[in-house]
Design a protein around this ligand. Structure first.
Ligand SMILES: [Fe+2]
Ligand SMILES: [Fe+2]
Length: 259
C-alpha cells in the first residue's frame, strides 16, 4: 500500500498548489491513500466545510487537523458528520469531531489517527497514554495504522516515533510548517519524520507575509497577519506499507508548484 501524506495546506495558495501538484504526484507515486493536514486551509488558520471540500476535490482521501481545528465555528457540524476529516484524538472526547477514521486502501483497512503533542499546545490528555489506549481499542479493527502527530517540539516527535515503533506503519509530524531531514524507517518498521513541512508559500514566515511577521518580531506589537502567496511548494512524504502493516520505505517530497 502506498501512502502519500501532505503537510499543512496553508490558505488559498496552499489549496491551489495542492490541486495543481496532485496529478503529477499521483503519476509519480501512484498512491492508494492520500492524507493531508488541513488545519490552516481557511485563510491560513482553521478549516471550513468549503475549504475541506476543495481539498477532497483535489484528490485527498482523509484530512487531519491540529491546534487550529476549532477556529471556525460553522465547521463543527461538518466535523461531526464527515467521517473523512479528523481532529486530534487527545482533545476532549465531547469536543466536535472524531480522532481517527478507518478507510479502505489497496485491500487494507487503514486507520488514520490524528494526535496532538502536549508541549506548547493545549490538549486534554497526554498523547502517549492516549495513543496506547486508542491502539488497544482499535486492535483487530484495522490492518495498518497511520499517525499524524501534530506537535511543536522535535524532541516530543522523535519520542513518539520510538514510542510507536513496530506498532504502527507511520508516525508523521506536522504543525511547524518546516520540513525536517530525519525521515527514515525505524528498526521496528515504523516510518517516521519529525515534520513533513507545509503546502504553501515559502516567501513568508511559515505561511504569513514576511514583512508582517518581521514587524511583529521587531516591535512585539499586535500585527494583522495575511497569507503569503508567492513561491508555493508542496511538502510531504510517500510511504510504502507492507501487508503486515509496517513500513518498507519512506521518501521525502519537497517540490515547487509550477503555475
Ligand atoms: Fe499548521
Ligand atoms: Fe498547528
Amino acid at each position: 500500500m502506498k501512502l502519500l501524506f501532505i503537510g499543512d495546506v496553508v490558505g488559498k495558495p496552499g489549496r491551489e498548489g495542492l490541486a495543481a501538484a496532485m496529478p503529477g504526484l499521483r503519476a509519480e507515486h501512484v498512491p492508494d491513500l492520500v492524507v493531508a493536514n488541513g488545519e490552516n486551509a481557511a485563510g491560513g488558520v482553521g478549516i471550513t466545510e468549503e475549504t475541506a471540500k476543495s481539498i477532497f476535490d483535489a484528490g485527498v482521501d482523509v484530512i487531519t487537523l491540529g491546534n487550529h481545528t476549532y477556529r471556525h465555528k460553522d465547521v463543527y457540524g461538518y466535523l461531526d458528520s464527515e467521517q473523512r476529516i479528523i481532529r486530534p484524538a487527545n482533545f476532549h472526547e465531547r469536543n466536535p469531531g472524531r480522532g481517527h477514521t478507518i478507510v479502505e486502501a489497496a485491500g487494507m483497512r487503514v486507520a488514520v489517527i490524528n494526535l496532538s503533542g502536549q508541549m506548547h499546545l493545549q490538549v486534554e490528555r497526554n498523547p502517549f497514554p492516549a495513543i496506547d489506549d486508542l491502539l488497544s481499542s482499535l486492535a483487530g479493527a484495522a490492518d495498518a495504522f497511520i499517525v499524524d502527530f501534530h506537535a511543536e517540539l522535535t524532541s516530543e516527535k522523535v519520542a513518539m516515533g520510538w514510542h510507536l515503533d513496530g506498532r504502527v506503519a507511520a508516525v508523521l509530524g506536522t504543525h511547524t510548517h518546516v520540513p525536517t531531514a530525519d525521515f527514515r524507517v525505524l528498526p521496528g518498521g515504523t516510518a517516521h519524520i519529525a515534520d513533513v513541512g507545509m503546502t504553501g508559500s515559502r516567501a513568508g514566515v511559515i505561511g504569513v507575509k514576511r514583512e508582517q511577521a518581521l514587524r511583529a518580531f521587531q516591535t512585539q506589537m499586535p500585527v494583522r497577519f495575511d497569507g503569503a502567496d508567492e513561491d508555493v511548494w508542496i511538502m510531504g512524504v510517500a510511504v510504502e506499507i507492507g501487508d503486515d502493516g509496517l513500513a518498507r520505505g519512506i521518501d521525502q517530497i519537497l517540490l515547487p508548484v509550477s503555475s
